[in-house]
Design a protein around this ligand. Structure first.
Ligand SMILES: [Zn+2]
Length: 277
């Protein structure tokens, strides 16, 4: 389908609000039976009550909640409706044990981006859980085969990370996998080019700004444990300040993050030891 035909990201509530669709990015959701959260990931996991409270706010805000998979193709939304997407990265087991029941309770569908190399490992989704999520209407997409910085791979290895995960997922769920979310939020034109030529429709990033659907890059806002209710409500209200503040923070952390990943190559290959977005 032609990307240029899509321009649904222009839903705006006024001149002071950034146009586009809020796409929220979650990682693990800690429930009463999930055990201790890995220290390196603590910042990116939120507790089930916090997540429930956020779903309540999304519901009361009147958003049209749908997966990126569905929203990306829509040319025009129904008059007066504002779309929003909920996404999960990494394929943690809590996607199924904690997030899934809550999403069902609220009647929301979400995108789950899976690292196929980790499926069935301790703390991660199993294939049967992934298939069940898919059958329930959830969107199953790729986070690469392993959790690696895609921007520094050889052409062959980049092709393998994107292609192998896509094929494995498609074989299991029986439908196309069209979207890639990049580990650590690290992306460049080479990664996007390889994704598009390899059959993906678009790449989900960690650029904290509302997304323009139909384009090759889809911005997403990471939801952190420390995010206050007020800030979350401001995101939903599409105030510009929480997005601008997150953009500024990301710019300031860019070089330290690159340095961290270069000095800690284990963080790139070991099971998601530090999701630096
Ligand atoms: Zn990740």
């Amino acid at each position: 389908m032609a990307k240029s035909a899509l321009n649904m990201g222009d839903v705006s509530h006024g001149n002071s609000q950034p146009p586009g669709v809020p796409v929220l990015m979650y990682h693990g959701i800690a429930g009463p039976e999930t055990g201790p959260v890995p220290k390196a990931e603590g910042k990116y996991w939120i507790d089930a009550p916090q997540f429930t409270g956020q779903l309540e706010k999304i519901l009361s805000s009147g958003y049209l909640v749908a997966p990126v998979r569905d929203l990306w193709w829509v040319k025009n939304y129904p008059q007066g409706s504002s779309p929003l997407a909920i996404t999960f990265d990494d394929g943690h087991a809590t996607d199924y044990t904690v997030a899934y029941p809550l999403l069902l309770e609220f009647g929301f569908r979400a995108d789950f981006f899976i690292n196929t190399a980790f499926v069935g490992s301790r703390g991660y989704l199993t294939w049967s859980q992934i298939v069940e999520l898919q059958k329930a209407g959830m969107s199953i997409q790729s986070h690469g085969h392993e959790h690696v910085d895609l921007t520094h791979l050889s052409p062959q290895e980049l092709s393998r990370q994107l292609g192998h995960s896509k094929r494995l997922l498609e074989d299991q769920i029986g439908r196309p996998v069209e979207f890639l979310s990049v580990p650590y939020g690290l992306v460049n034109s080479r990664v996007i080019g390889e994704a598009l030529s390899g059959g993906y429709s678009a790449v989900c990033t960690s650029r904290p700004w509302p997304a323009r659907m139909g384009e090759a890059e889809i911005n997403r806002m990471a939801i952190h444990r420390q995010m206050s209710c007020k800030r979350f409500e401001s995101l939903l209200a599409r105030k510009i300040w929480p997005y601008a503040a997150a953009l500024l923070r990301q710019a300031l952390l860019y070089l330290p993050k690159q340095l961290f990943l270069r000095l800690n190559p284990g963080a790139l290959t070991v099971q998601v030891s530090g999701e630096v977005q």
